[in-house]
Unconditional design. Structure first.
Length: 475
């Protein structure tokens, strides 16, 4: 039997506000346990939540960037469940009337474009953190994270392969990071994904029963977990069994998913509107103001880099991977470098060197202006491409101006024909056989002579001048 997978993702993104969603406590990570708490986020009786406006603004940014309709009125709901990381025994979320609905996001997999529907975006508060100590038989609870603002983004079941799921996640992450509303760190859990997956016989319209996968903390793991789960469900069906609706945990060590619990139903949570919070009313003026302040998003930037700079799609994709990297590229070009040369230097030399040192583009020892100057020196023939790489290495170490490096290290290109003639004469004398063959018409030996001369001059000779000289002297 041939099957097709159906996948829908629920993403929880931690919003980069300074304070929590319903109180003034700090959201800073890394404080001693329970330091960033107050009666509100500890759920003391009689306290009242006050909504953080920034949270709403950030969520509206995400909604607009993913083409959602922002609701004029949305409602806060209590999602009730008992667990020690949730001091109120309910989580304030949005349920029946979320902030935004009906959006979409375009992805590309193996050159094919596809539009993935976004069902809804809503805001909610995060729970605390439990730390288990099995050796002592104790569990600890840290409420610092309690009340940290989250945004949940639910996709339509439009994804069909694990690759599409990974592409969707990456595209979504890039957008949120570009918008400056989430740091997008999957490993640290500020960008988390639950993956819902079912399979159906190819050609069948109705969806199969889904499993919900949790505990994947990288794009790679989301993809691997989905691949495993699709195989597992296929084996169940092929054996004449039935997939049960449940929540399964990805075990990255064992490379498989394990059943955690039966899937809870919405009615288990006894959702009801939170009587402590007014409905959230968002006027069109506010939405339009936020829309007008949106930055250029990755997709638009990519298209502009191809269009305006004539870059290949591949280059545009690499250079727009982050806003600071794209800004750096544009600064190099603005300082006078050709776009393709700038792109080549950044992609092959700079990113490689930064990566080796575990540095971000914002920590580059080489400023955009200096890189542009280096490229200009190659263009003008002041230094060869080979020497330029040497100069680049020095610039990585010292952050110096390329001109200064060239002068200090005596790396200037030698174009003086008198000096180069002397070098060539020495090479001719040492290689009489090659000289004879060249004179007899073996033109390929040009490369040999130029290569030897470059070696002698440690790459500083101007190859074009060498070419001319060999022709003149042996012609
Ligand atoms: P819940 O909170 O119960 O998991 P949500 O509506 O928040 O429900 O999320 C459901 C997710 O599961 C959505 O991303 C949706 O696209 C996806 N989904 C729904 N039905 C299926 C199915 N049969 N197979 C795969 N994914 C599904
Ligand atoms: Mg779910
Ligand atoms: Zn608090």
């Amino acid at each position: 039997m041939q099957y097709e997978a159906v996948i829908g993702l629920e993403v929880h993104a931690q919003l980069l506000t300074e304070s929590k969603i319903f109180c003034g406590c700090s959201t800073k990570f890394g404080a001693p346990p329970n330091e960033h708490t107050c009666p509100v986020c500890l759920g003391m009786p009689g306290v009242l939540p006050v909504l953080n406006q920034k949270v709403v603004e950030f969520a509206i940014r995400a909604a607009l960037a993913t083409h959602c309709a922002v609701a004029g009125k949305s409602v806060w709901a209590r999602k009730n469940y008992f667990y020690p990381d949730l001091p109120k025994n309910y989580q304030i979320s949005q349920y029946e009337l979320p902030l935004a609905e009906h959006g979409h996001l375009d992805i590309e997999v193996e050159g094919a474009a596809k539009r993935i529907g976004i069902t809804r975006i809503h805001m909610e508060e995060d729970a605390g953190k439990l730390i288990h100590d099995p050796a002592q038989g104790h569990s600890y609870v840290d409420y610092n994270r309690t009340g940290t603002p989250l945004m949940e983004i639910v996709s339509e079941p439009d994804l069909r392969t694990p690759e599409e799921a990974a592409a969707y996640l990456k595209a979504l992450r890039d957008i949120l990071v570009y918008l400056n509303i989430c740091d997008g760190n999957m490993e640290e859990g500020s960008f988390r994904c639950d993956a819902n997956v079912s399979i159906r016989p190819l050609g069948q319209e109705a969806f199969g029963t889904r499993a919900e996968l949790k505990n994947m903390n990288s794009f790679r793991n989301v993809q691997k977990a989905l691949e495993y789960e699709i195989r597992r469900q296929r084996a169940v069906l092929d054996d004449g069994g039935q997939v049960v609706q449940e929540t399964r945990l990805w075990d990255a060590q064992a490379n498989k998913t394990l059943s955690m619990r039966g899937k809870e139903e919405a009615h288990d949570y006894r959702y009801f509107p939170d009587p402590d919070l007014l409905p959230l009313v968002v006027g069109p003026e506010w939405v339009e103001r936020i829309r007008s302040e949106l930055p250029e998003l990755p997709e638009a930037k990519r298209a502009r880099f191809v269009e305006a700079y004539g870059l290949p799609h591949y280059d545009a994709g690499v250079l727009t991977a982050s806003r600071p990297l794209a800004d750096y590229f544009e600064a190099v070009v603005a300082s006078g470098a050709g776009a393709k040369a700038a792109s080549n230097w950044i992609m092959s030399e700079l990113l490689g060197a930064l990566n080796a040192e575990g540095k971000e583009i914002t920590q580059s020892p080489i400023s955009a202006a200096h890189l542009a100057k280096l490229i200009g020196m190659v263009d003008s023939g002041a230094i060869s491409g080979k020497i330029a790489k040497k100069v680049f290495g020095e610039m990585m170490l010292s952050g110096q101006d390329p001109q200064a490096v060239v002068e200090e290290k005596g790396l200037k290109q030698v174009s003086d024909s008198g000096a180069l003639e002397a070098v060539l004469q020495r090479i001719f004398e040492a290689n009489p056989g090659q000289v004879e063959q060249f004179k007899a018409g073996k033109d390929k030996l040009m490369g040999f002579f130029v290569g030897q001369a470059m070696k002698e001059t440690k790459g500083q000779a101007n190859p074009a001048v060498l070419n001319e000289l060999v022709k003149k002297l042996l012609g």
